[in-house]
Design a protein around this ligand. Structure first.
Ligand SMILES: *[C@@H]1O[C@H](CO)[C@@H](O)[C@H](O)[C@H]1NC(C)=O
Ligand SMILES: *[C@@H]1O[C@H](CO)[C@@H](O)[C@H](O)[C@H]1NC(C)=O
Ligand SMILES: [Zn+2]
Length: 501
């Protein structure tokens, strides 16, 4: 008997990080998880009420609905004893010249205990446009459950995650447990159209609202497979316009063809000089800034579930430029890419018009990675294009312009919130998270990190097939409810880490 008991105790010790059923940590989490299970129908019903609000920020006529969605968020926070400020962020000029007040941004907080770490959650309650006739199978503003999936606009982007965060706080209250961390919340209603006024607000409140924040958490992206993930990087981007202008008017190729240097010929030479057939960007110096691949980072790619064949099928391509999972994920996340998007002024209708366009504008963008700087990239690209153009010995004029670049963002996966996130994922899902990045550009993480200097993390709960921005957007009941547990466990683990250090 004694021998058996000793073995049991030793086993408990050996598994002390993976929650033996009798550890105090486990008891706290089990209580929280039970509450969330028991209240899941209520949580789903509330998501239904939120999805019913047509808070499409792209349509100014619906900004009242955007405000309504913010009011609902505020009501929820206040019902839990939180304090809410509606911060005004100025006005927006409409195309007709009229100036209208932007929907406010919610800055909320709960009673603070200075001995605890403070986590600030960022989310948004505005949504992309949606109409049934766009090809939705169900009414986009009526949350509809089919086979465990909750369909509705905003279900996953980003109303579901915002509610999951609030429900995680509610769970501590409902189970009469002390909150292990201080909570602050920032929720906006203009994310889908570019977060008007938000960057300025963050700057203004750096010394007040953000001064006592330790960690900022964003849950506005998705996993990369069916397995839970933590996101530690996003790519930046810059957009370029290359304009070549020649004759005073469009010309007839039967008359002028052969005797003038055509702007289109120059432009094709310019665009053709940017990239080779392996996807490598040919702008001199540009690749030098790319952070070298470390052994530690290389290992992260091995464990990621990623179905190459499914990806080929989805995209309808015969082969990728890389022939393995690691290569494709690295191309998407940790190397820059350049895509040519279009030529303004070119003849693009069906048929065979024989025109020589007088002026054409090529458009391309470059997705950027650490440690590239958009301003440096801009200089390198302009210099390269000017050199190529000089070789053309063209009588035409070249003009290169860019739109403001968004910087790439990267977090350290060994930072406290990532360690807490890993433990929380393990506690809820029983597996290690995939450590992933986003190939696309989400400027908000870099904005927060750069302005506030606070450790910023992306902790997604949305599924890889949720179709954010698409028809039939959904979140699964599983992701919504387990995601709520993930947030509740995250608070707990964060506090434990602080105690242990
Ligand atoms: C939002 O709440 C404010 C009061 O806090 C109220 O004045 C306003 O009318 C509400 N807006 C909507 C659209 O519900
Ligand atoms: C914001 O405040 C932090 C201190 O909390 C400081 O380190 C940082 O430099 C400030 N940012 C700006 C832009 O002043
Ligand atoms: Zn979003």
């Amino acid at each position: 008997m004694v021998g058996l008991l000793l073995t049991v105790i030793m086993l408990l010790h050996a598994s002390s990080t993976s929650y033996s059923s009798s550890s105090p940590s486990s008891a706290v989490l089990q209580t929280l998880f039970q509450y969330i299970n028991d209240h899941q129908n209520e949580f789903v019903q509330r998501l239904g009420e939120w999805v019913a609000v047509k808070s499409d920020s792209s349509n100014q006529a619906l900004w009242g609905e955007v405000r309504k969605s913010l009011n609902m968020t505020s009501d929820r926070i206040q019902a839990m004893g939180g304090q809410v400020e509606f911060a005004e962020v100025g006005t927006k000029q409409l195309p007709n010249g009229e100036s209208v007040a932007l929907p406010p941004v919610i800055l909320a907080q709960f009673k603070r205990d200075p001995s605890k770490p403070t986590v600030c959650f960022y989310g948004h309650t505005d949504v992309q446009p949606a109409k049934k006739e766009d090809g939705w199978s169900t009414d986009p503003y009526t949350l509809t459950e089919i086979n465990g999936n909750l369909y509705g606009r905003g279900a996953t982007d980003n109303k579901g995650p915002v509610l999951a965060w609030l429900h995680a706080v509610e769970t501590y209250q409902g189970t009469k447990q002390e909150m292990p961390v201080n909570i602050k919340i920032i929720v906006e209603g203009m994310e889908e159209v570019g977060s008007d006024g938000l960057a300025e607000l963050i700057r203004q409140r750096n010394d007040s609202f953000f001064s006592d924040v330790d960690y900022i958490v964003i849950s506005d992206n998705v996993w990369v497979s069916r397995h839970p993930a933590l996101t530690y990087g996003t790519r930046g981007s810059s957009y370029f316009f290359v304009e070549v202008e020649g004759p005073k008017l469009d010309l007839h190729s039967g008359v002028f063809g052969g005797s003038i240097q055509e702007p289109m010929t120059d432009l094709i030479a310019l665009l053709g000089s940017l990239l080779d057939n392996t996807g490598k960007i040919l702008v001199p110096g540009l690749n030098d800034a790319v952070a070298p691949l470390t052994e530690e980072e290389k290992k992260l790619y091995e464990d990621i579930h990623f179905d190459l064949d499914e990806m080929k099928k989805t995209a309808g391509v015969k082969r990728f430029l890389q022939d393995n999972k690691e290569g494709i994920l690295m191309a998407r996340w940790r190397y820059p890419s350049l895509s040519i998007h279009g030529i303004e002024g070119a003849f693009s209708d069906p048929g065979s018009k024989t025109v020589i366009p007088r002026r054409v504008i090529g458009k391309f963008s470059i997705r950027q990675v650490p440690n590239m700087e958009p301003a440096v990239v801009e200089t390198q690209v302009k210099k390269h294009l000017e050199e190529v153009f000089a070789k053309q010995k063209s009588p035409n004029t070249l003009k290169v312009t860019t739109t403001v670049g968004a910087k790439p963002w990267m977090a350290n996966v060994n930072d406290v919130p990532y360690v807490a996130g890993r433990k929380a994922v393990k506690a809820v899902f029983g597996e290690e998270p995939e450590l992933i990045r986003e190939g696309s550009t989400i400027p908000i993480a870099n904005n927060f990190q750069e302005v506030t200097g606070k450790s910023t993390m992306m902790l997604p709960i949305s599924g890889h097939d949720d179709g954010e921005h698409s028809q039939n957007e959904k979140i699964s009941r599983y992701n919504f409810i387990e995601g709520t547990k993930l947030f509740a466990a995250f608070f707990h683990e964060l506090a434990q880490l602080q105690k242990d250090s």
